[in-house]
Design a protein around this ligand. Structure first.
Ligand code: SF4
Length: 157
């Protein structure tokens, strides 16, 4: 399904909180690129927010260094349900080049549940936007489970 079609089931603007759990900043720069005029993710109604309490989606970059473990859990717990987690970059998915570091508690799915992985070092902005559209579907399925309504797959048909 094309990303625009995923977005057709979006019932409201998607608010996104970004957490750097110890990345080299490469993935974070690509996330910033998605909100520049060239990619303009805000045209879909999505925007980065300054607090997890307002967020539907958590974007995590980095392999989760020990210093960030408690903080990442706390951010996740502060988000209201339904919520989705997107890991942006290979470090958050597997540890990648930092895999054997003494200072890691990650990758991310050892700390909090993950819904979508966007692979790459760093991923391109197009891939990040596609990841957000997958999170829309995951969110709709979670929302349907919460209110006992049909799954997103049924809604799309
Ligand atoms: S995946 Fe690559 S760009 Fe992203 S944080 Fe890791 S090393 Fe940096």
């Amino acid at each position: 399904m094309r990303p625009e079609n995923h977005l057709q089931i979006l019932p409201k603007s998607l608010w996104v909180f970004h957490c750097n759990s110890g990345s080299c900043n490469g993935c974070d720069i690509e996330i910033v690129a998605t909100i520049t005029p060239r990619y303009d993710i805000e045209r879909f109604g999505m925007k980065l927010v300054g607090t997890p309490r307002h967020a539907d989606v958590l974007l995590v970059t980095g392999p989760v260094v020990k210093y960030m473990t408690k903080r990442l859990k706390r951010i996740y717990e502060q988000m209201p349900d339904p919520k989705a987690v997107i890991v942006v970059g290979n470090c958050g998915a597997s540890g990648d080049v930092f895999y054997k570091s003494y200072n890691l508690d990650g990758p991310v799915d050892r700390i909090i549940p993950v819904d979508v992985y966007v692979n790459g070092c760093p991923p391109r902005p197009e891939a990040i936007i596609e990841g957000v559209t997958k999170a829309v579907v995951a969110l709709e399925e979670k929302r349907a489970q919460l209110v006992g309504q049909p799954q997103a797959e049924e809604v799309r048909q």
